[in-house]
Ligand binder design. Structure first.
Ligand SMILES: Cc1cc2nc3c(=O)[nH]c(=O)nc-3n(C[C@H](O)[C@H](O)[C@H](O)COP(=O)(O)OP(=O)(O)OC[C@H]3O[C@@H](n4cnc5c(N)ncnc54)[C@H](O)[C@@H]3O)c2cc1C
Length: 286
Protein backbone atom coordinates (compact mmCIF):
# COMPACT_ATOMS: atom_id res chain seq x y z
CA UNK A 1 0.00 0.00 0.00
CA UNK A 2 1.20 3.53 -0.64
CA UNK A 3 0.41 6.42 1.63
CA UNK A 4 -2.48 8.37 0.15
CA UNK A 5 -3.69 10.58 2.95
CA UNK A 6 -2.69 12.06 6.31
CA UNK A 7 -5.51 13.14 8.62
CA UNK A 8 -4.79 15.66 11.34
CA UNK A 9 -7.20 14.42 13.97
CA UNK A 10 -8.92 17.17 15.95
CA UNK A 11 -11.14 15.13 18.19
CA UNK A 12 -11.42 11.60 19.46
CA UNK A 13 -14.79 10.75 17.85
CA UNK A 14 -13.55 11.78 14.42
CA UNK A 15 -10.50 9.48 14.82
CA UNK A 16 -12.71 6.58 15.86
CA UNK A 17 -14.86 7.10 12.75
CA UNK A 18 -11.75 7.11 10.54
CA UNK A 19 -10.46 3.93 12.19
CA UNK A 20 -13.83 2.29 11.57
CA UNK A 21 -13.81 3.42 7.94
CA UNK A 22 -10.25 2.45 7.01
CA UNK A 23 -9.54 -0.51 9.35
CA UNK A 24 -6.19 -2.17 8.58
CA UNK A 25 -5.45 0.40 5.85
CA UNK A 26 -4.99 3.11 8.53
CA UNK A 27 -2.29 3.72 11.12
CA UNK A 28 -2.51 6.01 14.14
CA UNK A 29 0.55 8.19 14.67
CA UNK A 30 1.03 9.96 18.00
CA UNK A 31 4.59 11.01 18.94
CA UNK A 32 5.79 9.04 15.92
CA UNK A 33 8.97 7.79 17.62
CA UNK A 34 8.14 4.18 16.69
CA UNK A 35 5.88 4.75 13.66
CA UNK A 36 8.31 6.93 11.71
CA UNK A 37 11.06 4.31 12.00
CA UNK A 38 8.63 1.55 10.97
CA UNK A 39 7.55 3.60 7.93
CA UNK A 40 11.13 4.35 6.97
CA UNK A 41 12.11 0.66 7.25
CA UNK A 42 8.97 -0.30 5.30
CA UNK A 43 7.80 -2.50 8.15
CA UNK A 44 4.41 -0.85 7.77
CA UNK A 45 2.83 0.69 4.66
CA UNK A 46 -0.51 2.24 5.60
CA UNK A 47 -2.71 3.96 3.07
CA UNK A 48 -3.87 6.48 5.65
CA UNK A 49 -2.04 8.04 8.61
CA UNK A 50 -4.14 9.47 11.41
CA UNK A 51 -2.16 11.99 13.40
CA UNK A 52 -3.55 12.28 16.94
CA UNK A 53 -0.76 14.46 18.35
CA UNK A 54 -2.85 17.66 18.41
CA UNK A 55 -5.90 16.27 20.20
CA UNK A 56 -6.08 18.14 23.51
CA UNK A 57 -8.43 15.68 25.22
CA UNK A 58 -5.76 12.95 24.88
CA UNK A 59 -3.05 15.13 26.42
CA UNK A 60 -4.48 15.61 29.91
CA UNK A 61 -3.31 14.27 33.24
CA UNK A 62 -6.19 14.42 35.68
CA UNK A 63 -6.37 14.01 39.43
CA UNK A 64 -9.92 12.74 40.01
CA UNK A 65 -9.62 12.47 43.78
CA UNK A 66 -9.31 8.74 44.28
CA UNK A 67 -8.00 8.08 40.73
CA UNK A 68 -5.39 9.45 38.39
CA UNK A 69 -6.17 9.45 34.69
CA UNK A 70 -3.43 9.80 32.07
CA UNK A 71 -4.53 10.57 28.50
CA UNK A 72 -3.21 8.32 25.72
CA UNK A 73 -1.40 11.28 24.14
CA UNK A 74 0.46 12.35 27.31
CA UNK A 75 4.21 12.49 26.72
CA UNK A 76 6.95 11.15 29.00
CA UNK A 77 8.05 14.76 29.57
CA UNK A 78 4.56 15.72 30.78
CA UNK A 79 4.73 12.91 33.36
CA UNK A 80 8.24 13.93 34.46
CA UNK A 81 7.15 17.55 34.85
CA UNK A 82 3.93 16.76 36.73
CA UNK A 83 3.81 17.18 40.52
CA UNK A 84 1.42 14.24 40.73
CA UNK A 85 4.17 11.69 40.16
CA UNK A 86 6.40 12.59 43.06
CA UNK A 87 6.31 11.16 46.58
CA UNK A 88 4.87 7.66 46.65
CA UNK A 89 4.33 7.67 42.85
CA UNK A 90 7.95 8.49 42.10
CA UNK A 91 8.36 5.09 40.40
CA UNK A 92 6.41 6.33 37.35
CA UNK A 93 8.32 9.60 37.24
CA UNK A 94 11.59 7.65 37.35
CA UNK A 95 10.51 5.25 34.57
CA UNK A 96 9.52 8.11 32.25
CA UNK A 97 12.65 10.10 33.06
CA UNK A 98 14.83 7.15 32.04
CA UNK A 99 13.25 6.78 28.58
CA UNK A 100 15.58 7.37 25.62
CA UNK A 101 16.73 10.95 25.11
CA UNK A 102 15.08 14.33 25.82
CA UNK A 103 13.73 14.39 22.23
CA UNK A 104 12.17 10.94 22.61
CA UNK A 105 10.65 11.95 25.96
CA UNK A 106 9.21 15.14 24.43
CA UNK A 107 7.56 13.24 21.57
CA UNK A 108 6.93 9.69 22.87
CA UNK A 109 3.60 9.05 24.57
CA UNK A 110 2.19 6.67 27.15
CA UNK A 111 -0.44 5.49 24.63
CA UNK A 112 2.25 4.73 22.04
CA UNK A 113 4.38 2.95 24.62
CA UNK A 114 1.48 0.62 25.44
CA UNK A 115 0.04 0.25 21.92
CA UNK A 116 3.33 -0.74 20.27
CA UNK A 117 3.30 -3.88 22.42
CA UNK A 118 7.03 -3.98 23.23
CA UNK A 119 8.21 -6.20 26.10
CA UNK A 120 10.60 -3.42 27.06
CA UNK A 121 8.14 -0.51 27.26
CA UNK A 122 9.42 1.39 30.27
CA UNK A 123 6.20 2.97 31.48
CA UNK A 124 4.37 -0.36 31.50
CA UNK A 125 5.81 -2.24 34.54
CA UNK A 126 5.04 0.66 36.93
CA UNK A 127 1.55 0.96 35.45
CA UNK A 128 1.00 -2.81 35.82
CA UNK A 129 2.27 -2.59 39.41
CA UNK A 130 -0.33 0.15 39.97
CA UNK A 131 -3.00 -2.21 38.58
CA UNK A 132 -3.77 0.33 35.86
CA UNK A 133 -6.72 -0.02 33.50
CA UNK A 134 -6.56 0.94 29.82
CA UNK A 135 -9.52 2.46 27.95
CA UNK A 136 -9.88 1.55 24.29
CA UNK A 137 -12.50 3.45 22.32
CA UNK A 138 -14.12 2.23 19.13
CA UNK A 139 -17.45 2.62 17.40
CA UNK A 140 -18.66 -0.21 19.62
CA UNK A 141 -18.01 1.85 22.77
CA UNK A 142 -15.28 1.78 25.42
CA UNK A 143 -13.42 -1.43 26.22
CA UNK A 144 -11.73 -1.25 29.63
CA UNK A 145 -9.06 -3.82 30.37
CA UNK A 146 -6.37 -4.28 33.04
CA UNK A 147 -2.94 -3.50 31.62
CA UNK A 148 -1.44 -6.94 32.27
CA UNK A 149 -4.44 -8.64 30.65
CA UNK A 150 -4.24 -6.14 27.78
CA UNK A 151 -1.12 -7.89 26.47
CA UNK A 152 -3.18 -11.03 25.92
CA UNK A 153 -6.01 -9.11 24.25
CA UNK A 154 -4.27 -6.05 22.76
CA UNK A 155 -5.56 -3.05 20.86
CA UNK A 156 -7.51 -3.76 17.68
CA UNK A 157 -7.22 -1.86 14.43
CA UNK A 158 -10.49 0.03 15.06
CA UNK A 159 -9.58 1.08 18.63
CA UNK A 160 -8.01 4.23 20.00
CA UNK A 161 -6.23 4.14 23.35
CA UNK A 162 -7.79 7.13 25.08
CA UNK A 163 -6.57 6.81 28.67
CA UNK A 164 -4.88 4.79 31.40
CA UNK A 165 -6.14 5.12 34.96
CA UNK A 166 -5.27 3.81 38.40
CA UNK A 167 -6.23 4.28 42.03
CA UNK A 168 -4.20 6.90 43.88
CA UNK A 169 -1.89 5.26 46.41
CA UNK A 170 -2.63 5.60 50.11
CA UNK A 171 -0.11 7.00 52.60
CA UNK A 172 1.21 3.52 53.38
CA UNK A 173 1.71 2.53 49.73
CA UNK A 174 4.66 3.20 47.45
CA UNK A 175 5.61 2.64 43.79
CA UNK A 176 9.27 2.01 42.95
CA UNK A 177 11.13 1.43 39.68
CA UNK A 178 14.53 0.21 38.60
CA UNK A 179 16.06 -0.17 35.13
CA UNK A 180 19.18 -1.67 33.71
CA UNK A 181 19.85 0.25 30.53
CA UNK A 182 21.66 -0.77 27.38
CA UNK A 183 24.80 1.24 27.91
CA UNK A 184 25.22 0.41 31.56
CA UNK A 185 25.07 -3.32 31.10
CA UNK A 186 26.02 -3.82 27.44
CA UNK A 187 22.84 -5.81 27.43
CA UNK A 188 20.59 -7.07 24.70
CA UNK A 189 17.49 -5.61 26.21
CA UNK A 190 16.34 -3.07 28.73
CA UNK A 191 15.40 -4.89 31.90
CA UNK A 192 13.03 -3.16 34.28
CA UNK A 193 11.28 -3.93 37.55
CA UNK A 194 8.64 -2.06 39.45
CA UNK A 195 7.11 -2.75 42.84
CA UNK A 196 3.99 -1.41 44.51
CA UNK A 197 4.07 -2.17 48.21
CA UNK A 198 1.44 -1.61 50.90
CA UNK A 199 2.90 -1.59 54.40
CA UNK A 200 1.05 -2.32 57.65
CA UNK A 201 2.52 -2.82 61.11
CA UNK A 202 6.06 -2.97 59.72
CA UNK A 203 5.17 -5.75 57.29
CA UNK A 204 4.22 -6.05 53.65
CA UNK A 205 0.43 -6.19 53.65
CA UNK A 206 0.19 -6.54 49.88
CA UNK A 207 2.57 -6.22 46.96
CA UNK A 208 2.59 -6.20 43.17
CA UNK A 209 5.85 -6.70 41.32
CA UNK A 210 6.00 -6.22 37.54
CA UNK A 211 8.88 -6.87 35.17
CA UNK A 212 9.77 -5.59 31.71
CA UNK A 213 11.77 -7.57 29.12
CA UNK A 214 11.79 -10.74 31.23
CA UNK A 215 9.17 -12.41 29.05
CA UNK A 216 7.31 -11.88 25.81
CA UNK A 217 5.34 -9.12 27.53
CA UNK A 218 5.68 -7.06 30.72
CA UNK A 219 4.09 -9.13 33.49
CA UNK A 220 3.43 -9.60 37.22
CA UNK A 221 5.99 -11.69 39.09
CA UNK A 222 3.55 -13.68 41.19
CA UNK A 223 6.10 -15.96 42.94
CA UNK A 224 7.91 -12.91 44.28
CA UNK A 225 4.63 -11.32 45.36
CA UNK A 226 3.45 -14.49 47.14
CA UNK A 227 6.73 -14.80 49.00
CA UNK A 228 6.88 -11.17 50.15
CA UNK A 229 3.28 -10.88 51.32
CA UNK A 230 3.18 -10.79 55.12
CA UNK A 231 6.98 -10.53 55.45
CA UNK A 232 9.11 -7.80 56.95
CA UNK A 233 10.89 -6.21 54.00
CA UNK A 234 14.56 -6.44 54.97
CA UNK A 235 17.86 -7.50 53.42
CA UNK A 236 17.15 -11.15 54.10
CA UNK A 237 13.67 -11.23 52.55
CA UNK A 238 14.92 -9.21 49.56
CA UNK A 239 17.61 -11.83 48.89
CA UNK A 240 15.05 -14.66 49.05
CA UNK A 241 12.76 -12.67 46.72
CA UNK A 242 15.64 -12.42 44.21
CA UNK A 243 16.08 -16.22 44.35
CA UNK A 244 12.32 -16.68 43.79
CA UNK A 245 12.52 -14.50 40.69
CA UNK A 246 15.56 -16.37 39.40
CA UNK A 247 13.73 -19.67 39.88
CA UNK A 248 10.77 -18.52 37.82
CA UNK A 249 13.09 -17.11 35.15
CA UNK A 250 14.87 -20.47 34.93
CA UNK A 251 11.57 -22.04 33.93
CA UNK A 252 10.34 -19.21 31.71
CA UNK A 253 13.59 -18.57 29.84
CA UNK A 254 14.92 -22.14 29.78
CA UNK A 255 17.40 -22.66 26.95
CA UNK A 256 17.59 -18.96 26.01
CA UNK A 257 21.05 -17.51 25.46
CA UNK A 258 20.06 -14.41 27.46
CA UNK A 259 19.21 -16.35 30.64
CA UNK A 260 22.65 -16.28 32.36
CA UNK A 261 22.98 -12.54 31.81
CA UNK A 262 19.41 -11.82 32.90
CA UNK A 263 19.82 -13.92 36.08
CA UNK A 264 22.71 -11.69 37.16
CA UNK A 265 21.19 -8.42 36.02
CA UNK A 266 17.88 -9.05 37.72
CA UNK A 267 19.50 -9.28 41.18
CA UNK A 268 20.68 -5.69 40.94
CA UNK A 269 17.42 -4.19 39.80
CA UNK A 270 15.06 -6.18 42.04
CA UNK A 271 17.27 -5.32 45.00
CA UNK A 272 17.20 -1.64 44.04
CA UNK A 273 13.42 -1.56 43.56
CA UNK A 274 12.73 -3.34 46.87
CA UNK A 275 15.31 -1.36 48.85
CA UNK A 276 13.60 1.82 47.72
CA UNK A 277 10.33 0.41 49.06
CA UNK A 278 12.09 -0.69 52.25
CA UNK A 279 13.29 2.86 52.89
CA UNK A 280 9.75 4.15 52.41
CA UNK A 281 8.44 1.47 54.80
CA UNK A 282 10.89 2.59 57.49
CA UNK A 283 9.80 6.21 57.05
CA UNK A 284 6.13 5.26 57.30
CA UNK A 285 6.81 3.49 60.60
CA UNK A 286 8.93 6.31 62.05
C1 LIG B 1 15.98 6.31 19.88
C2 LIG B 1 14.81 5.72 20.61
C3 LIG B 1 14.91 5.44 21.98
C4 LIG B 1 13.85 4.88 22.65
N1 LIG B 1 14.00 4.61 23.99
C5 LIG B 1 12.97 4.07 24.67
C6 LIG B 1 13.12 3.79 26.06
O1 LIG B 1 14.16 4.02 26.68
N2 LIG B 1 12.06 3.22 26.70
C7 LIG B 1 10.89 2.94 26.05
O2 LIG B 1 9.97 2.44 26.67
N3 LIG B 1 10.72 3.22 24.73
C8 LIG B 1 11.74 3.76 24.02
N4 LIG B 1 11.59 4.01 22.69
C9 LIG B 1 10.35 3.62 22.01
C10 LIG B 1 9.28 4.75 21.86
O3 LIG B 1 9.81 6.03 22.02
C11 LIG B 1 8.14 4.55 22.86
O4 LIG B 1 7.56 3.28 22.67
C12 LIG B 1 7.05 5.63 22.78
O5 LIG B 1 6.28 5.57 23.93
C13 LIG B 1 6.14 5.50 21.58
O6 LIG B 1 5.20 6.53 21.65
P1 LIG B 1 4.81 7.40 20.37
O7 LIG B 1 3.77 8.36 20.80
O8 LIG B 1 6.01 7.98 19.74
O9 LIG B 1 4.20 6.26 19.46
P2 LIG B 1 4.02 6.21 17.88
O10 LIG B 1 5.33 5.96 17.24
O11 LIG B 1 3.23 7.39 17.40
O12 LIG B 1 3.09 4.91 17.80
C14 LIG B 1 3.54 3.64 18.26
C15 LIG B 1 2.44 2.59 18.02
O13 LIG B 1 1.35 2.85 18.86
C16 LIG B 1 0.16 3.16 18.12
N5 LIG B 1 -0.48 4.24 18.87
C17 LIG B 1 0.12 5.34 19.42
N6 LIG B 1 -0.76 6.00 20.18
C18 LIG B 1 -1.95 5.36 20.09
C19 LIG B 1 -3.24 5.58 20.65
N7 LIG B 1 -3.50 6.59 21.51
N8 LIG B 1 -4.21 4.70 20.35
C20 LIG B 1 -3.98 3.65 19.51
N9 LIG B 1 -2.78 3.37 18.97
C21 LIG B 1 -1.77 4.22 19.25
C22 LIG B 1 0.64 3.53 16.72
O14 LIG B 1 -0.33 3.26 15.75
C23 LIG B 1 1.85 2.62 16.61
O15 LIG B 1 1.45 1.31 16.31
C24 LIG B 1 12.63 4.59 21.98
C25 LIG B 1 12.53 4.89 20.60
C26 LIG B 1 13.58 5.45 19.92
C27 LIG B 1 13.43 5.76 18.46
Amino acid sequence: MTLKEVYNGKEVNEVVELLHKYGSRAKVISGGTDVVIALRNEKISPEVLIDISKIDELKKIEDRGDHIVIGGGVTFTQIVESDLFLGNLLGLHKACKMVGSPQIRNMGTIGGNIANGSAAADSVPPLIALDAVVSLLSQNGVRKIGLEAYYHDPIKENELLTEVSFAKPKENEVLTFSKLGLRKALAISRLTLSSFVEFEGGKVKSVRVASGALAKFPMREVEVENYLTGKVLDEESVEVAIEKLKDSMDIRLKGRSTLPYKRVAISTILREALEEAMKFGEEVRA
